[in-house]
Design a binder for this molecule. Structure first.
Ligand code: HEM
Length: 404
């Protein structure tokens, strides 16, 4: 139910009938829409995104502050379109202090030294994938590369059979990006969740019987307050890692390739000077941030002039925050070697991305190895593009062509 907005409480509150889970068709529209909304107002009120009223924050300083204020903004549900309690992704949907107990189990696996130790494997897998299609002069970079690449790394890290990557990719795609109109009773999505649960549940049973040196065996052996995690918590942690590690890297990679295919000067700079890649990764992450996470307001409050009530949701689009001209000069432009770049593409505060070291390495290796083999490419205009928005945005289809 929509409540009337106290319009006098902030300089201007814009109401926007907005469902951020719908397919937006084209990439630019998502970021331009954030830019337009930010120009209109600091807080946007939406009424159709989910069961509760949702405040969308558009400014960097607000998104940054809200991400860090876990007492006022609870993580109990990070998807604004779902009822609170619809799922309990661990550790993302836990608040401190409980959150820290689970999060610290992941820390050693994603620390810089652990990620460095994975580099050779990640690089060789990346090269193997690119060489599958480099001589063809075309590929769908979203499906043939961006999605398969992080999936396989995740499968290896968890101890899952890499030969089932294609299934995991298909399920992830269905689970996270099926439009409600294409699956009105949710059957397709339920089947995908069941498929993922089956494979993760099977892995848990195997590792309980015979532990190995992998993340899932470590989680099974771990204790929270002196007790092992139960099966449901283990599954909810595994599924969060699956979604957090695959969809995000895939979405960012597809956005990066869309930019580079349509901005030849930036592409040529990367080819001519691969040393710029780590800085370019930060800039592309900033300009094309894909995660919009949610929070639940814990008490009635007038927050920076916005009249929030306990139970309201807030949506924190990193894609709006990171293009705020008050935070970055020429914020809506890509400056491929931008020097100061304190973006929130990986979030901020207690839930700041646990996998950011791995993500940065994957993104840099992808750009290095791709451009060493396929320096010049463009969009295949004969084929349709497909973009999904929602909690994690990106391309589902992005066909590219190049000369061989
Ligand atoms: C470019 C790729 C990635 C981006 C843009 C990204 C972004 C984010 C963001 C914005 C959050 C905070 C969500 C919130 O505050 O509710 C987050 C959390 C998280 N990310 Fe990532 N992520 C990426 C890659 C990864 C990878 C590769 C992994 C691991 C395999 C990972 C694991 C996690 C986990 C476990 C959390 C939850 C942390 C917590 O609640 O303490 N992410 N990520």
């Amino acid at each position: 139910m929509t409540r009337p907005v106290a319009r006098q409480a902030v300089d201007r509150i814009v109401e926007w009938d907005f469902d951020h889970s719908t397919d937006e068709g084209l990439l630019e529209r998502m970021w331009h829409r954030w830019d337009e909304l930010r120009d209109q107002s600091r807080f946007i009120k939406t009424t159709v995104a989910g069961p509760d009223d949702v405040w969308v924050m558009t400014r960097f300083e607000d998104v940054h502050a809200a991400l860090r204020d876990h007492e006022l903004f609870s993580n109990v549900s990070v998807t604004v379109e779902n009822e609170v309690g619809a799922h309990r992704f661990i550790p993302e949907e836990l608040d401190p202090p409980e959150h820290g107990k689970y999060r610290q189990l992941l820390t050693p696996w994603f620390a810089p030294a652990a990620v460095d130790a994975m580099e050779a494997r990640v690089r060789s897998w990346c090269v193997e994938l690119i060489e599958r299609f480099a001589a063809d002069g075309r590929c769908d970079v979203a499906t043939d590369f961006a999605r398969l690449f992080p999936t396989t790394i995740f499968m290896e890290m968890m101890g899952l059979p890499v030969e089932r990557s294609a299934e995991m990719v298909r399920w992830a795609e269905t689970m996270m990006h099926t439009r409600a109109a294409d699956d009105p009773d949710g059957t397709l999505r339920q089947e995908a969740v069941a498929g993922v649960m089956e494979i993760l549940g099977g892995l848990l049973a195997e590792r309980r019987a015979e532990p190995r040196d992998d993340l899932i065996s470590a989680l099974i052996a771990a204790e929270i307050d002196g007790q092992p995690m139960d099966e449901l918590d283990l599954l909810q942690m595994s599924i969060l890692l699956y979604m957090a590690g695959l969809d995000t890297v895939a979405g960012e990679l597809s956005a990066f390739f869309h930019h580079l295919a349509t901005h030849p000067a930036d592409r040529r700079r990367i080819v001519a000077d691969p040393a710029v890649i780590p800085v370019a990764v930060e800039e592309l992450l900033r300009a094309y941030s894909i995660v919009s996470t949610g929070r639940v307001v814990t008490r009635d409050v007038d927050w920076r002039g916005c009249p929030m009530r306990a139970g309201d949701r807030v949506l924190l689009p990193t894609g709006a925050a990171n293009r705020d001209p008050l935070a970055f000069p020429d914020a809506t432009e890509v400056a491929i070697d931008r020097a100061r770049n304190r973006h929130v593409a990986f979030g901020a505060g207690p839930h700041r991305c646990a996998g950011s070291n791995l993500a940065r390495m994957e993104l840099a290796i992808a750009l290095e190895e791709w451009h060493a083999r396929i320096p010049d490419y463009r969009l295949d205009t004969a084929e349709p593009l497909r973009f999904h928005s929602g909690g994690v945005a990106g391309f589902s289809r992005l066909p590219l062509v190049w000369e061989t």
